[in-house]
Design a protein around this ligand. Structure first.
Ligand code: ADP
Length: 518
């Protein structure tokens, strides 16, 4: 096994990788930006190197500096985490050129999946089911119009180079096609420098079901069941779970085998995720393959009892897959909620600020918190505003949901707005409990998901004031002589009543309180 690895990432995923590496006796090198000098991942690592200023382009995306640090520190391999350089072919190649193991697939496999249309062509050849549509190179408007007619409506225009839901447009009828095409092409050109489009039949009530695959260097491939990530907002996942509710063993096997076929078609190595759309009639279609560890990998770990980062490290080290397909067993049900610094009542505007108070639920066999922050840390504009991932496990879905609801109630954050109340309403809602899942879930159930704050603000201020008063009393030390006038614990004043002033800050608004003491 490696003696030392570098983690080219920050936040919860950097901490997560360091944890497993340490358990395996591997020393860890962290890299950080000026904004992350005191970050948790830096404190956890054995060595840490400054990359540059806060913006990612000057720090976590500086492939050249990261390779330099790896060489200077003697790291034998680099774990890229997710985001940043994790799906960057040039970075994977640069690692190889410098004799550093890239803990991920070969550059050629990343490149094969980099274009949605090229990926679809490869999958078609491998016999993996595709959403009907067009994914050819010819982009002339006449041909695209003819293909749209053939596909039928509603259809989805998707940027070939797309990601993060950008450059996508639903088209309801031919009369809207030209305008939608121009708009989607413009958006794709701006976001990815490539206006090319593919056309897909638009499924109106699909679920997003993805398969976790792993392949080693010896030609073996397995799938570790699926995750249901149907609860999305603007095509971004909000709550993920495993296994997918209601998926039959036959469908799981068929999807799993198709996913392994997909991975093997591109000589894949390491952890990968094959995303499918799962339609109401039980059919499924390849959507895309993510060539890295996913944010939501913990739910797979909880139901399989495996450590996927350990699998990644072992495979990168040239070892065979830790388990064969028939040795992979599933147990119980797991859910993950992404806790974000954002304001659900204000169109989920990302929030920034200092985490003034932070208490997480107790961690045990049922509750896990993956995080990269501690109390006092700053949530800045520079990076993804995810504060933590809350993961729960239990024997079945209902019990797991109860655990999630309870854990969300125990989560305490102040200083930064979060989506905790929204997640709680979502997890505890009847349609979620009843497995009424599809990618339109949040839009469909808006009336249930935005509950007003339960605590009336005045009551909140009074309770906060009581808390501070009690705490300051408890902290006072008594003078040696208990009968001295200075030992008095009340605020008695000759001829006057004392009003203790207090200023409380709540949601950026200052409240002036006067507390009359008798
Ligand atoms: P991106 O790479 O931009 O995230 P994806 O192709 O992964 O785009 O699709 C993101 C989401 O869009 C999916 O999870 C699903 O909710 C929705 N989606 C994608 N393709 C279709 C389709 N053909 N029909 C209906 N919904 C789709």
């Amino acid at each position: 096994m490696f003696n030392k690895i570098l983690i080219a990432n920050r936040g919860e995923i950097a901490c997560r990788v360091i944890q497993t590496a340490h358990r395996l006796g591997i020393r860890c090198v962290a890299v950080y930006s000026e904004a992350d000098r005191h970050a948790r991942h830096v404190a956890m690592a054995d060595e840490a190197f400054l990359l540059g200023p806060a913006p990612s382009s000057e720090s976590y995306l500086r492939a050249d500096k990261i390779i330099e640090v790896a060489k200077a520190s003697g790291a034998q391999a680099i774990h890229p985490g997710y985001g940043f350089l994790s799906e960057n072919t040039d970075f994977a190649k640069a690692c190889e050129a410098n004799d550093i193991v890239f803990i991920g697939p070969p550059a050629s496999a990343i490149a094969s999946m980099g274009s949605k249309s090229a990926a679809k062509a490869i999958m078609q050849d491998a016999g993996v089911p595709l959403v009907p549509g067009y994914h050819g190179d010819d982009q002339s408007p006449d041909l695209l119009r003819a293909e749209a007619e053939k596909c039928g409506f509603p259809l989805l225009l998707k940027a070939v180079a797309g990601g993060g839901g950008k450059g996508m447009r639903v088209v309801e009828a031919m009369s809207e096609f030209d305008e939608a095409l121009a708009a989607a092409q413009r958006e794709a050109k701006n976001a990815f420098g490539n206006p090319d489009m593919l056309i897909e039949k638009y499924l109106t009530q699909p679920r997003h079901v993805e398969i976790q695959v792993f392949c080693d260097n010896l030609g073996n491939g397995v799938y570790l069941a699926e995750r249901d990530c149907s609860v999305q907002r603007r095509h971004q996942k909000v709550i993920e779970e495993a296994p997918a509710p209601g998926l039959s063993d036959e469908t799981r096997k068929a999807m799993g085998e198709a996913a392994v076929r997909a991975a093997q078609a591109i000589d894949y190595v390491g952890a990968g995720t094959v995303e499918f759309l799962y339609d109401v009639d039980g059919s499924f279609y390849f959507m895309e393959m993510n060539t890295r560890l996913q944010v939501e990998h913990p739910v797979t770990e909880m139901i399989t009892g495996q450590d996927l980062v350990e699998w990644q490290l072992r495979i990168a080290n040239g070892e065979a897959l830790p388990l064969q397909q028939d040795q992979i067993r599933l147990r119980g049900h797991a859910l993950e909620a992404r806790i974000y610094a954002e304001d659900p009542d204000n169109d989920f505007l990302p929030a920034t600020g200092t985490l003034r108070y932070l208490r997480t639920p107790d961690e045990n066999a049922h509750v896990r918190v993956d995080t990269g922050v501690v109390e006092g840390d700053e949530v800045s504009i520079h990076y993804d505003p995810m504060i933590a991932k809350l993961i729960v496990w239990d024997d079945n879905r209902e019990r797991a949901i109860n655990r999630m609801v309870q854990a969300l109630e125990e989560y305490r954050i102040s200083g930064v707005k979060t989506n905790i109340r929204f997640l709680h309403a979502l997890a505890d809602s009847a349609p979620f409990r009843e497995e009424d899942l599809d990618t339109g879930f949040i839009g469909k159930h808006e009336d249930l998901l935005f509950p007003p704050a339960q605590l009336d603000e005045n009551l909140g201020l009074v309770l906060s004031a009581c808390f501070f008063l009690l705490r300051s009393k408890a902290e006072q030390t008594l003078p040696a002589d208990p009968f001295s006038p200075f030992a008095r614990q009340n605020s008695w004043r000759l001829n006057s009543q004392y009003a203790r002033p207090m200023t409380l800050l709540s949601d950026d608004v200052q409240h002036q309180l006067s507390i009359l003491e008798q």
